[in-house]
Design a protein around this ligand. Structure first.
Ligand code: UDP
Ligand code: MG
Length: 320
C-alpha cells in the first residue's frame, strides 16, 4: 500500500470473534465503495479468544487492513489512543466492532465533514430504546454531570462513534495525560463540530465487553480528569465536620462546667459516627485524586504494542 490513506477507520476490539466475520462482511464493500484511499485500523485490545488469528487471516487479502495488537487488555479508551497514534488518514473515524454503530453512517460523516469544512462530526444516537433502563438512566446522569464539569456542551448520547480531522488527532496525541476519555477531551478541545444522528442497533453478536468495573472506571476517569469539585466538596465536608466537633466540645464543656453529670452516651456515639462518616467520605474522595496523581507520576505506558502490522510486517504471528 503506497498511497497514504485519506480515511482511517479505527476499531478497538476485545474478544470480538463472534461478530468479526459479520463486521468485515459489511465493512469491506462499504469502504471499497467510498472511493478514496483508506485504512481499516483494528486495535486488538489483548483479546484472548480467536480475534487475533481471524484478523491476521483477513489481513492476508485485504491490504488496507492493519492490525495493532496490544499485549494486554488496556481498555476501550487506551485502545483508541493506540489507534489515534497510529492512524495516518486526514479523516479518522472510530467505530465499535459490534455493528451497533451502522458503518453506512461513515459516508454521511465524511460528507458533512467535507461540505462544511469541520473538524469533528459526532454520531449521536437518536434514541436509547435498545439500552436497558439502568443504562439509560446512568447515561443521562453521566452526560448531565459531564456538561457541567467540562464547562462545554457535550453532545448527549454521543459515544465514541465520530469522525475527526487530522488537526484533532494531532491535538489529542499531543496531550500528555493518561486515562484520556475521548468523548470529553474532544469536545473540550473545542474544534468546530456538527452532529449526525443515527439509530443505534443491537449488538450483532457476542456480549458486551463493558462490564460494571469498566463503566465505573470510565465514570471516575471522566470526573477526575475534568474537575476538582469533588475534592472541594471534601474540603467543605471537612470544615463542616470540624465545626460540628467544635460544637460538641463546647457542649461537653458546658455540661461539665454546669456540673450536670456525665455527658450523654448518645451524643458521644453521634459525634463519633458523624465525624467518622465524614472522614471516611473525605478520605475516599482524596483517594481518587491521589490515585490519579500516583498513576501519572508512574508514567506507565497506557498500552504496550505487541506488533504493528505496518511497522513490523514480518512479525505477524499472534502473541500467545
Ligand atoms: N472494547 C475494547 N476494550 C475493552 C472493552 C471494549 O476494545 O476493554 C471494544 C469492544 O470490542 C467494542 C467497543 O470497545 O468494539 C465497545 O464495547 P462494547 O460494544 O462491548 O460496549 P457497549 O456497546 O456494550 O457499551
Ligand atoms: Mg456495543
Amino acid at each position: 500500500m503506497d498511497i497514504d490513506p485519506e480515511l482511517s477507520v479505527v476499531v478497538p476490539m476485545y474478544d470480538e470473534e463472534a461478530v468479526l466475520p459479520m463486521f468485515f462482511e459489511r465493512m469491506h464493500p462499504l469502504l471499497d465503495g467510498l472511493g478514496l484511499p483508506y485504512e481499516l485500523l483494528v486495535v486488538d485490545d489483548g483479546s484472548r479468544d480467536g480475534t487475533a488469528p481471524l484478523l491476521l487471516e483477513a489481513a492476508k487479502d485485504w491490504p488496507q487492513l492493519r492490525v495493532i495488537r496490544l499485549l494486554r487488555n488496556s481498555g476501550h479508551q487506551a485502545a483508541q489512543s493506540a489507534g489515534f497514534r497510529s492512524a495516518r488518514g486526514q479523516y479518522v473515524v472510530t467505530i465499535d466492532a459490534d455493528l451497533q454503530d451502522p458503518p453506512e453512517t461513515i459516508a454521511e460523516f465524511l460528507h458533512v465533514m467535507r461540505e462544511r469544512d469541520l473538524d469533528v462530526v459526532y454520531g449521536v444516537r437518536s434514541d436509547r430504546s435498545s439500552d436497558s433502563w439502568p443504562k439509560r438512566t446512568t447515561a443521562r446522569l453521566y452526560y448531565r454531570l459531564m456538561c457541567r464539569l467540562v464547562g462545554k456542551q457535550i453532545p448527549f448520547d454521543a459515544g465514541d462513534f465520530r469522525m475527526v480531522s487530522r488537526r484533532v488527532v494531532d491535538a489529542v496525541n499531543a496531550l500528555p495525560e493518561d486515562g484520556r476519555v475521548f468523548r470529553l477531551v474532544i469536545p473540550w478541545l473545542g474544534f468546530p463540530s456538527a452532529e449526525v444522528t443515527y439509530i443505534r442497533a443491537e449488538r450483532a453478536a457476542g456480549s458486551t465487553k463493558y462490564n460494571l468495573t469498566k463503566m465505573t472506571r470510565l465514570a471516575f476517569d471522566s470526573v477526575t480528569a475534568f474537575s476538582a469539585a469533588p475534592l472541594r466538596l471534601a474540603t467543605w465536608l471537612g470544615l463542616l465536620g470540624g465545626l460540628m466537633s467544635a460544637l460538641f466540645v463546647v457542649g461537653a464543656l458546658v455540661i461539665k462546667l454546669t456540673g450536670r453529670g456525665v455527658p450523654g452516651w448518645t451524643s458521644t456515639v453521634l459525634a463519633v459516627s458523624v465525624i467518622g462518616a465524614i472522614q471516611l467520605l473525605c478520605l475516599g474522595l482524596l483517594g481518587e485524586y491521589v490515585a490519579r496523581l500516583f498513576q501519572s507520576s508512574q508514567r506507565r505506558p497506557q498500552f504496550l504494542v505487541g506488533y504493528d502490522s505496518l511497522e513490523d510486517q514480518k512479525r505477524v504471528e499472534p502473541v500467545a
